[in-house]
Ligand binder design. Sequence first.
Ligand code: AHR
Length: 510
Amino acid sequence: MKKLLSVITLSFVLLTTFAQTTITLHADSVTQTINKNIYGHFAEHLGRSIYGGFYVGDTSKIPNTNGVRNDVVAALRKLKVPVLRWPGGCFADTYHWKDGIGAKNQRPTMVNKWWGGVTEDNSFGTHEFLNMCKLMGTEPYLAGNIGSGAVQELADWVQYVNFDGVSPMSNLRRKNGQDTPWHVKYWGVGNEAWGCGGNMTPDYYAGEYRKYSTFMTDYNNDMMKIASGANSSDYNWTETLMKNIPVNMVGGLALHHYSVLTWGPNKGSATNFNEDEYFRIMQQAWFMDTLVARHSAIMDKYDPQKKVALVVDEWGGWYNVEPGTNPGFLYQQNTMRDAMIAGVTLDIFNNHSDRVRMACLAQAINVLQSVILTDGPKMILTPTYHVMEMYNVHQDAKLLPVAVQTNNYTYNGKTLPAVSCSASKDSLGLTHISLVNIDSKNAQTITINVDGAKYSSLKGRILSSAKLQDYNSFDKPDNITPQAFNGATLKGNTLSVKMPPFSVAVLELK
Ligand code: AHR
């Protein structure tokens, strides 16, 4: 009996030991660069994203530069937004760019058929967007209309925006006050062609892509054309496009995946959710890892040299709109649950940065999983903003591989990895390790064994809160902000980290 008890005790000790998370950081095997464009954003003519969010017009009392909110520009500059996608989304395939240039009082209106049926006055158009990107220090990513727009219309837009010489479109640009071209590198050829972009089959879209992209002239020899990609796990879409579009005709293939409970009308509240809803959303967030791996494997067959980027240009959490707001405006609050989605997703992108070289969170302001929310003159930063700001140390840094043996987050007999991690070394020689503990109840004790480097100093920041449902409100804008992290210690080549439940930390080592 005594012997049996000691066996049980020993097994318990072993089990407890194994239940801890262990990470090996291969600090000397520098691999690919984490493209900063993984940290991109998305701004659609949807609800209060553009009007009230980015743009208030130059007669507004809200401090602005040529109509663009100064508070928003400052916050997004701090975030180091590398790339911003515009004007949609579904809106892109209804957008006629020529309606958004020239004297504002002469611009025609249109009905925003996808988003609330509101009247769009086109006061924010090509000049306003591209000059705003300059103000923010961001590269623009224009999504072209191939759903309701002709080939000539898209070819003209490219010429208007990028051509320096004498031509009908560059002359028109000059007449409208812009002498030099903006030199836009990133161009989407339609959006969600399988759905709101025209309900096309992948074969049909591949043909359309080839046709439209042929007439999108690369005036500066650096244009990256991005094909409308798969809806989440539609692997056949990726396979068909890769088979039918020559690698030298395409710079990127898009992928859209939202963490959503259901595509039915009740997607659950953004703030008032239970553990079951939380777990299911985290399953969706972690599913990005499978998606990226499987779409990449298909791309590898046709493009083993990885010339074509996987561009996840829409991702994030999608819930019910806030009570009392326009259902077509997709305005939702943002809690610690969203911080978990952001951290896990960015770690996945970093770790797959050989193929994932651009991504755009949907969306930047007042729509879905936003980094900024506005209410008239007020502006707040969401927990997602803080995660993206903490993680921006990885932008253009060298990926350091991590081998993670993680404890599980268990709910109702189902499991998910509790801990996600990615690491990089920047141009100054600093190593950054990002960590997420998604477990709603349990702290995680994480041991990180460093292989191939010696560090003498350690500091870090953490984002955590008392409740998963916590958020920043206009009354309490600083309810959740990053704090100095004291839960990590360095002894020789071993780091010991204690992560509270549902928290995100970024460590800096040198
Ligand atoms: O981000 C909101 C919408 O979601 C986009 O317009 C569309 O592309 C996607 O379905």
